[in-house]
Every structure is written in structure tokens, then in C-alpha cells.
Design a binder for this molecule. Structure first.
Ligand SMILES: Nc1ncnc2c1ncn2[C@@H]1O[C@H](COP(=O)(O)OP(=O)(O)OP(=O)(O)O)[C@@H](O)[C@H]1O
Ligand SMILES: [Mg+2]
Length: 369
């Protein structure tokens, strides 16, 4: 602290001191050259008025005047220097304390104490700096919190399939489980789930970091809606859920990465299929409204209550943990989809009148310019 203060204080003091010096010197020079001639003129006019020779008086006056001016200059220079010392040390303190505070806070943040904040005083540039500093600390704290939560979530997700594989293996070793295809199929099932989870996690981390490259081009929304529907059509038929497409003719193009938008549609349709019992129906409609293309996936499935609806886009969030897990879901699909839609400048929202009353997911995309 003292070092900074000393250095800054010295700089400030010298800048004041130089200004004082320049002032004193220019005053002295002006007095030296200008005063005698001014005095001469003045005396000359007095001579004519008073009528007489004032030569001796003249040089005396000049001498006295010069001494007086020099004395005055010396005293005022001394007073100004003392004032400069006082002001510079006051200003230094005002500037140095916040800087010092930030320096110490940043050191504590570097040690992992993300709750560190500095005081914002006044409205000057230093206050701006303090504000940006606090903003940075807040972002760091959030990132750290997300990191911690992600590790916890991932560990939790890995535990279930791993312990199930372990128990099958133990059963096989102890001879409790028969070494037959069905037993191995169980293990394979869990391994596939782990693989899918790892893949989804990779996607998620890239999406959250904004690192998914988009190959955007003008695309008719009907193209990716139909592509996704075709890919899932037989699964819908298999489960006995009707899939209807209601697209208005001549939809305007959107500037998107068609593969990524297909992925979003696959997620939404996959969910609609998974959470709609046999005999139900899923409708995909697309239309335009005020420079936007709106795509809605509406199902007649199990619905979502308001309290769950709020969290539906959070990663690893599943309404019914056991039901979704049985279907292989890990609660990441919607999180990734939302990121993907937002990367395209669009929005993804969910709605549901309540449990057992179906749900709808709406994607809004800006129309290509
Ligand atoms: N159409 C829907 N109807 C009712 N609930 C839904 C629907 N879509 C999603 N949900 C709920 O939202 C949760 C999160 O969906 P999300 O797609 O993110 O995960 P998931 O389907 O469980 O797993 P996955 O990561 O494999 O997609 C689901 O677990 C489910 O509870
Ligand atoms: Mg899903």
C-alpha cells in the first residue's frame, strides 16, 4: 500500500511542483523585464507634473520594487509548495485506497474466494472500475458454482448405471444370475446409456460454452421439421401415437444450421413421443407472425405442472426421475435444444395446462433477411 501511495504521491507532487515553478519563474521574468520600463514611464509622467529631476529617487525606487517582488515571490512559492504537498497526499489517498482495495480483493479471488466485492464510491472512473471488478467477481462466482454443480450432477448420473452394471457382474460371478443373453443385454443397455450420457454431456458443455459452430444458410423450416418427423415416424407408429404435420404453405426461409435445427426437432418430437401414452397424438404446426417463424410441437401426453414447468430447461431436470430414466432420459435434451435455438437468435418456450393435459413446445425463429 505504502509503495503505491509513495510512488503516486511523488508523481502527483512533482506535477504540482512543476506548475508552481513555471508560475513563479514566469512571474519573476515578467517582473524583471516589464517592471523597470513601466516604472520609468510612470516616473516620467510624474516628473512633468511635479517639474523637477527625480533621477536619484528613480533608481532607489527601482531597487526597492525589485526586492519586494522577489520576497513576495519567494514567500508565495513556499506557501504553494506546502499546499501542493498537502493536496497531493490527500488526492493520492483518495485514488490509492480504492485501487489498493481492488488489488487485495483480486488476490483473494485468485485464492478461490469468489464472494469478494469492493466498495463502489462516487461516480468517477474509479467507481466504474470498481463496478466492473464486482461484475467480474460475480461472473466468476457463478461459473464456479455451475462447475461445482455440474460435477455433482454428473457423478450422480454416473452412479446409477455403474452400480447396476456392478451388481449384474457380481450376480454373474456368484452364479446368482445366469450367463445368458438377457443378462448381458442388461449390461449392454446400461453401457449404451452411459455412452449416450457422455455424448450429451459433451454437447451440453460445447453448447454452454457457445462452441458449437453453426453452418447457417437460408432453409425452409418445413425441411428440418419433415426430416425429424421422417426419422421418428416408425417409432410413433410402433407406440401407436399419431403424428400430424400442419405446416402453412410457402413458409419463409430462416437462416439456420439445418442439422442443428433437425436435432432440436428430434429432441422435441422424441420427448412428445416419450411422454405421450399410446393412442395419443402429436401435432407439429408452423406458421409466421411478425418477422418470425413459429413452430409448435403439441402433444396430448402426461403434461407438466406449473412448478415443474419452471425448471424444465435446467440440465438434468426430470419431472419423474424413474419414468424418464427408464426411457433412457437424462434431462439434458431440452437444455441443449434451448441453447441451440438461442444460438440462432430464436426462443424456445414450454407450456402446459397441467398434468395429463398435454404439453406444447414452441420454437420461434427470426425470418431470414
Ligand atoms: N412433451 C413432454 N411432456 C411432458 N413432459 C415433458 C415433455 N418434454 C419434456 N418433459 C419433461 O421435461 C424433462 C426434461 O426433458 P429433457 O428432454 O431435457 O430430458 P429427458 O427427455 O428426460 O432426457 P434426454 O436428455 O434424453 O432428452 C423430462 O424428463 C420430462 O419430465
Ligand atoms: Mg428428452
Amino acid at each position: 500500500m505504502n509503495k503505491i501511495r509513495q510512488r503516486l504521491g511523488r508523481k502527483l507532487f512533482f506535477s504540482y511542483f512543476i506548475i508552481i515553478l513555471v508560475g513563479v519563474v514566469s512571474l519573476a521574468i515578467t517582473a524583471e523585464f516589464h517592471a523597470p520600463s513601466a516604472l520609468d514611464r510612470h516616473m516620467a509622467s510624474m516628473e512633468t507634473v511635479m517639474g523637477g529631476n527625480m533621477g536619484g529617487m528613480m533608481s532607489d525606487l527601482n531597487e526597492n520594487f525589485r526586492t519586494a517582488v522577489n520576497e513576495i515571490l519567494l514567500v508565495s512559492a513556499a506557501i504553494a509548495t506546502v499546499t501542493a504537498v498537502l493536496i497531493s497526499s490527500f488526492v493520492t489517498r483518495r485514488i490509492v485506497s480504492p485501487v489498493q482495495q481492488m488489488k487485495e480483493a483480486s488476490r483473494r479471488i485468485a485464492d478461490g474466494r469468489y464472494d469478494e466485492r469492493v466498495q463502489v464510491i462516487g461516480e468517477d472512473e474509479l467507481a466504474d472500475l470498481a463496478q466492473s471488478f464486482n461484475q467480474m467477481a460475480h461472473t466468476l462466482a457463478q461459473t464456479e458454482e455451475r462447475r461445482r454443480q455440474l460435477i455433482g450432477d454428473v457423478a450422480h448420473e454416473l452412479r446409477t448405471p455403474l452400480s447396476s452394471i456392478k451388481s449384474v457382474m457380481e450376480g454373474l460371478q456368484d452364479g446368482v444370475l445366469p450367463a445368458e443373453p438377457a443378462t448381458f443385454l442388461d449390461v449392454q443397455h446400461e453401457v449404451s446409456r452411459l455412452q449416450r450420457l457422455v455424448h450429451d454431456l459433451e454437447e451440453l458443455s460445447r453448447a454452454e460454452a457457445g462452441q458449437i459452430p453453426l453452418e447457417r444458410e437460408a432453409v425452409n423450416p418445413a425441411a428440418f421439421i419433415q426430416a425429424a418427423s421422417e426419422r421418428l415416424r416408425w417409432q410413433f407408429e410402433d407406440k401407436g401415437v399419431a403424428l400430424r404435420l400442419e405446416l402453412v404453405d410457402a413458409l419463409p426461409s430462416v437462416q439456420v444450421d439445418a442439422a442443428r435445427m433437425t436435432q432440436v426437432m428430434l429432441n422435441l418430437l422424441g420427448n412428445a413421443l416419450q411422454y405421450t401414452p399410446s393412442g395419443g397424438q402429436v401435432a407439429v404446426s408452423a406458421w409466421t407472425n411478425a418477422n418470425k417463424v413459429i413452430i409448435t410441437v403439441q402433444d396430448t401426453g402426461i403434461g407438466i405442472s406449473a412448478e415443474h414447468l419452471r425448471h424444465i430447461f435446467e440440465r438434468f431436470y426430470r419431472v419423474d426421475k424413474s419414468r424418464s430414466r427408464a426411457g433412457g432420459g437424462s434431462g439434458i435434451g431440452l437444455t441443449i435444444s434451448k441453447h441451440l435455438v438461442e444460438m440462432h437468435g430464436g426462443r424456445l418456450i414450454a407450456a402446459s395446462p397441467g398434468p395429463n393435459q398435454g404439453s406444447s413446445f414452441t420454437v420461434t425463429l427470426p425470418i431470414a433477411a
